[in-house]
Design a protein around this ligand. Sequence first.
Ligand SMILES: Nc1ncnc2c1ncn2[C@@H]1O[C@H](COP(=O)(O)OP(=O)(O)OP(=O)(O)O)[C@@H](O)[C@H]1O
Ligand SMILES: [Mg+2]
Length: 241
Amino acid sequence: MTDLKPPLLEVKNLDIAYGDVQVVFDISMVIHPQELVGLVGGNGSGKSTILRAISGMLKPRAGQILYQGQEIGGMKPHQLTDLGIAHVPMGRQLFGNMTVEENLEMGAYLPRVKPRRKASLEKVYAFFPRLQEKRKFMAGSLSGGEQQMIAIGRALMSEPTLLLMDEPSLGLAPLVVQEVMRVIDSLRELQLTVLLVEQNVRQVLKVTDRSYVLEHGRLVVEGQSSLLMENPEVKRAYLGL
Ligand SMILES: Nc1ncnc2c1ncn2[C@@H]1O[C@H](COP(=O)(O)OP(=O)(O)OP(=O)(O)O)[C@@H](O)[C@H]1O
Ligand SMILES: [Mg+2]
């Protein structure tokens, strides 16, 4: 079904280096509109590096990043936000001593979306009623799971088409991880396209449509997440089975 639509994001033969040290090797990925795609791999395998390149924080050494058919490799983060790419960074990066609402409003700084920020805020509150209840609280006083919802909500304020998420489950208790994954699953209702980066392979395979598995900067397996869950190699290496 999705194969008929042109890809929303296409990464072709991407190489990325920090200085002289190459850490991402010949990565190619395709994400179709409204797909939920996982990018999983162990510590230091290059997941965040790839996300940073897609969101404009790093310039790739070689290869192409196409968004809606347009080459975006090397564009600035704010330009990409303007095109509809939002990055929910690892560690959430909230302003702990500002209120929930102030943190959310910061997601709507671009001229493209600013005039609609009140309406966007209402949408975010409809999606996360708990954030509305706590809108006057300092962000830093909320639980880890709630803070992750603020980070997602802030990204939604920029009216994204593509949401890039870097380890949203990091540092959260198992039950809270499940809650965050349910939230990510429900982002489908908003017609969003999501690239979810995680070390937590089991959770990602449960929630996503397709996944890419990264090892030492190289893609080793890719496919439908439900099939990867049954893949003997994936089971042994990532699911501890
Ligand atoms: N700013 C940097 N300067 C130099 N090397 C870096 C930098 N950031 C990451 N690296 C290196 O690049 C490689 C990939 O790191 P990256 O952070 O992309 O991995 P990751 O898959 O996101 O890991 P994790 O799951 O721990 O977040 C690692 O070897 C790491 O040490
Ligand atoms: Mg990382």
